[in-house]
Every structure is written in structure tokens, then in C-alpha cells.
Design a protein around this ligand. Sequence first.
Ligand code: ZN
Length: 146
Amino acid sequence: MWQIIRDVGLIGLLITIIIWLIQKLLSGQGQIGSLKSQIDSLKEEKSNFKQEIQNLKGENTKLQCEINQYIHKDKLLSKFQFNKDCGIWKHKETGLDYCHKCLIEKGLESPLRKNKGTWHCSVCDSYYHEPQGDIDIAAPDYDPFG
Ligand SMILES: [Zn+2]
């Protein structure tokens, strides 16, 4: 009789252990599913970061080009002196007059042709006139990093 009771108790203990193992296994599978979900989320985040890095690289390249243009413009303008009376640029070495618009906006050295008190730019078709009276043309606002 005691043998039967002991065997039933042993069987109950075995069933309890098996149920406990199944619960642990199922809980482990739940954790695996949760980890897979986290991995997928991290993969998506990684992909977004890669895209952001590509965007920032593109922006960096664009800004580097702008910096190079400003450096080029600074070097270019250092060769000239601005004549505020006429609004044109005079080359420091040659003394030739250059178009303000082409020099500032495009970084182009476009010499002007003078004809009876008027300078003409053949590149952008701008005209500059000798000042009549006290016309005060302000020096251009040029800020290389503005
Ligand atoms: Zn011009």
C-alpha cells in the first residue's frame, strides 16, 4: 500500500517536473521571440543610421564644395581692390577693371570694356557708369562664412 502511495507521489513529482520544464521551455521560446523582435528592430535602426550617414556624407560633400568656393573667392578677391565710386573691381597688378557681378556671384574674372565713361561686361551684359556727383556705393557685403 505504501509502495503504491510512494509510486503515485513519485509520478506526481515527475509530472510536476515535466510541467515545470515545459513552462520553462515555452517561456524560453517567448524570450527567443522577443529577442528576434529586438534584433529586427535593431536591424531597422541600423539601416536608418546607414541612410542618415549617407545623407550626412552628401551634406558634408556639399558643404566642403561651398568652403572650397569661399576659399577660391577669398584668393580671387585678394588680387583685386574694390572701387566704391564705380562699383567695379580693379586688378592690383594689371590695373584692369573687372565686373563686380561676375566676380562676386560667379567667381569669374571678367574684364570690363570702357567706352565713354561706361564699362560693359561682355559675360553678364552689366553696365557700370562713372559716378556723377557724390554717389557713394558701399563696398560689397562679403562674408566668406556668412
Ligand atoms: Zn559680368
